[in-house]
Design a binder for this molecule. Structure first.
Ligand SMILES: Nc1ncnc2c1ncn2[C@@H]1O[C@H](COP(=O)(O)OP(=O)(O)OP(=O)(O)O)[C@@H](O)[C@H]1O
Ligand SMILES: [Mg+2]
Length: 264
């Protein structure tokens, strides 16, 4: 596999009963680039994320990540390989605080087994301290440090997205798939998120982003794929792809066109 290619989706097919959700989708995510995935509602974007991250098994096709074939691996296993995702809707336990939500995130915690607490208390303690330090660092980076003790349920929609991002970064993944990170987020916070993702990318993290807001896509993505009815309709740099009249008119939802309006 080309060294630049971090993730390769190859001819993936997925159907739900009679409905063909993904009809031979192939795409690549390259290292050091932010890749966008756009397309109208119901075009198969989230289904593709679900296939990539092991939540759904495709009938045909395969997904490779950093040279490893992900076919048949569990979401948990895939996350441990360094490929994590956020969800379109917030899944945070609302009654837990922001910090508690973050501390729930890391995998392979030494203190998870009761026995380890007795046999290797030093290791458990050191690891807990590392997680705590990392959680504070990430909260500061996303701008939620002042909300560490707030219940997750009390956060605004935009803050919940920031929490989801911080939470996924606790596992220190190489590639993060974000499902509509700016949906329902006010314009100021959306700008903050765009700047934050750019910074994280410069620090060596890679992203693939499902996004309806085309301004965000233009500003953030190095390349973009357009999905329609489960097929890749167009691919290229956002400036070129989003200029194509037929892409805008025929294949993007009215919601996406509204997102182009200047007040967003
Ligand atoms: N678990 C499921 N069972 C049955 N049908 C499903 C399931 N998940 C998705 N679908 C259908 O598959 C198609 C693709 O859905 P998907 O959620 O991937 O679209 P999307 O591009 O993410 O849309 P949106 O922009 O609205 O989030 C839709 O017709 C949807 O109704
Ligand atoms: Mg979706």
């Amino acid at each position: 596999m080309d060294q630049d290619v971090l993730l390769a989706v190859e001819s993936v097919h997925k159907r739900f009963g009679g409905l063909v959700a993904l009809d031979g989708v192939s795409l690549v995510v390259r290292r050091g680039r932010i890749t966008g995935l756009i397309g109208p509602n119901g075009s198969g974007k989230t289904t593709l994320f679900n296939v990539i991250t092991g939540f759904l098994r495709p009938e045909r096709g395969r997904v490779r990540f950093a040279g490893t074939d992900l076919t048949g691996l569990s979401p948990d296993r895939i996350a441990r390989l360094g490929l994590c995702r956020t969800f379109q809707l917030s899944l945070h336990p609302r009654r837990l605080t922001v910090m508690e939500n973050l501390l729930l995130a890391p995998q392979q915690q030494a203190g998870e087994g009761l026995l380890a607490c007795f046999l290797r208390p030093g290791k458990v303690w050191r690891q807990e301290r590392q997680f705590l330090a990392r959680a504070w660092e990430l909260l500061a980076q996303v701008g939620l440090a002042d909300h560490a003790d707030a219940e997750a349920g009390s956060l605004s929609g935009g803050q919940q997205k920031l929490l989801a991002l911080a939470q996924v970064l606790m596992a220190d993944p190489q590639l993060v798939l974000l499902d509509e990170p700016t949906a329902g987020v006010n314009p100021t916070l959306a700008q903050h998120l765009v700047a934050l993702l750019r910074t994280l990318q410069r620090q060596g993290r890679d992203f693939c982003i499902i996004e309806h807001n085309l301004r965000v896509v233009r500003r953030l993505c190095d390349e973009v794929y357009v999905l329609d009815h489960g097929q890749i309709l167009a691919h290229g740099d956002p400036a070129t792809v989003l200029q194509r009249e037929e892409v805008l008119r025929a294949y993007l939802s009215r919601r996406a066109l509204r997102a182009e309006e200047p007040d967003r």
